[in-house]
Design a protein around this ligand. Structure first.
Ligand SMILES: Nc1ncnc2c1ncn2[C@@H]1O[C@H](COP(=O)(O)OP(=O)(O)OP(=O)(O)O)[C@@H](O)[C@H]1O
Ligand SMILES: [Mg+2]
Length: 463
């Protein structure tokens, strides 16, 4: 990418000279401006790597330019030049964030060297910023959101168990946050600067699993053309998260038991026993006790794993968390999609709370993501998150309790219910277009309109 330099000086000759010097010796794009009052506008238009500015200018001085640059383009580098060099002004400029200070008249080499140094410095700081951000992502982990008593007690448990090295068994339905909790345990532990490694026990066939976990020595099987370190060794000093532990086959269960009991393992084809120091966290959405009864899971391994049990309740049992989670995901997906949706409508929250969420928090997260993407206003409304499900016309119009009511009352309820279901259906078929719906239903438009009003149906949600 070409670097861009802006030179500001009220002496036009100086601008021409500097531009020529820089363009002769570098590939940088040089722009010049003799009116300091126009600098702000330029800074808003283009990103500059370096701004070289004169100090004394009639309308606005170099210090003020430095201020503007720091506000508008904090990563741009400012170099100040002046014929009135005093040590005081130099110090003042550097203190305010200038990169360097050049006294006029200067030699060609001096200016070129300063530019080189500035570019180099900028590259380094940029790399540093990227590095810091990626470290932040690795080190930090998404917060555990929720204020229900069950989530509160889980967060408390995490804090308590994190500092120990005891094995933790996390159970719960799919999407309840098992992996999130496993990470939280690791990042709250003294091992937080060591690796956190996840192994999904379903994903790998038996032989591959063994060599992936424990590594192998060269020549131990066809294709083992050199020694390979296993995941277990990579996780030494850190935390190993074994996900879907209920899927682990019996042979691997025996090997895992040894690793848990003694901290020992043998690479495939190896003769020497290796020792590691690993904290284990395992997760399952199966009932391990049932697997033990079915002789698919070793009982001794179960007791080794189940030192501390954290059970994550399904979302339907902690509905009070739905609103706070939904708002949390709104923020997340606003950020990821560069959107500025400010809220979720109260009726949309009520609708979310009335659902049963078989896919738990993951399902809610996907639902809000969809809402953020579809939403065209500043508030997420019901149709953005819960698209109208087709009204089944085979569904019974009324249940048998209706017969216990007096005839007139029962008839009114049934007619009302019929109106409501029919109108919803016909509007949905016609994307909320009342004229088209009336035509299809062979009704007068005005009559349909009146029914819609009576039933208090919002046609917008079908659009
Ligand atoms: N309490 C919570 N606060 C915020 N986000 C959560 C919470 N619980 C779960 N999530 C989010 O929901 C999603 C699913 O969570 P996670 O992957 O940890 O579930 P899981 O129990 O491991 O699911 P599975 O059994 O399907 O693997 C993730 O994106 C996670 O960050
Ligand atoms: Mg998981």
């Amino acid at each position: 990418m070409d670097e861009r330099i802006l030179i500001v000086d009220d002496e036009k000759d100086m601008l021409v000279l500097l531009k020529r010097i820089i363009e002769e010796k570098t590939n940088h794009i040089v722009e010049t401006e003799y009116d300091p009052l126009k600098v702000v506008e330029l800074l808003r238009k283009h990103q500059f790597n370096i701004i070289i500015t004169d100090l004394k200018m009639p309308k606005m001085d170099g210090m003020a330019i430095l201020d503007r640059v720091k506000n508008i383009q904090p990563y741009a580098i400012v170099v100040i030049m002046t014929a009135y060099a005093t040590i005081e002004t130099a110090i003042e400029a550097i203190r305010k964030g200038a990169f360097d200070y050049i006294s006029k008249p200067f030699r060609k080499e001096r200016i070129l060297m300063t530019i080189d140094k500035a570019m180099e410095w900028q590259k380094l700081t940029q790399e540093n910023i990227t590095l810091r951000n990626s470290l932040k992502q690795k080190k930090g982990f998404p917060p555990i959101i929720g204020s229900s008593p069950s989530i509160m007690s889980i967060t408390k448990m995490i804090a308590q168990v994190a500092k120990s090295t005891a094995t933790v068994l996390i159970s719960g339905e799919s999407g309840t946050g098992k992996e999130l909790v496993a990470k939280a345990i690791h990042y709250h532990s003294n091992r937080k600067n060591k690796p956190f490694i996840t192994v999904n026990c379903t994903a790998m066939p038996e032989q591959i699993m063994e060599s992936e976990l424990f590594g192998h020595v060269k020549g131990s099987f066809t294709g083992a053309w050199k020694d390979k370190r296993g995941i277990v060794q990579e996780a030494d000093q850190g935390t190993l998260f074994l996900d879907e532990i209920g899927e682990l086959n019996m042979a691997m269960q025996a090997k895992l038991l040894r690793l848990l009991q003694e901290g020992e393992y043998k690479p495939v084809g190896g003769l020497t026993i290796k020792q590691v120091d690993i904290r284990f966290v395992v997760a399952t959405n199966q009932d391990l006790k049932k697997l033990i009864e079915a002789k698919q899971f070793r009982e001794d391994l179960y007791y080794r794993l189940n030192v501390i049990n954290l059970h994550l309740p399904p979302l339907r049992d902690r509905k009070e968390d739905i609103s706070i989670l939904a708002h949390h995901f709104l923020k997340k997906f606003n950020f990821l999609n560069d959107k500025k949706i400010s809220d979720i409508a109260p009726e949309a929250i009520s609708a979310l709370m009335s659902k049963s969420w078989p896919g738990n928090i993951r399902e809610l997260e996907n639902c809000i993501e969809r809402g953020v993407i579809l939403c065209r206003s500043d508030t997420i409304k019901i149709p953005d998150i819960l698209p109208q499900e087709p009204v089944a016309h085979t569904s019974p119009l009324f249940d048998h309790n209706i017969y216990t009511l007096p005839f007139k009352e029962a008839k009114e309820i049934i007619i009302k219910s019929f109106h409501n279901k029919y109108i919803n259906w016909i509007l949905q078929q016609n994307n909320g277009n009342i004229s088209k719906a009336a035509e299809q239903a062979e009704l007068q438009r005005q009559y349909l309109h009146r029914l819609i009003k009576e039933e208090n149906i919002n046609t917008e949600i079908f659009k």
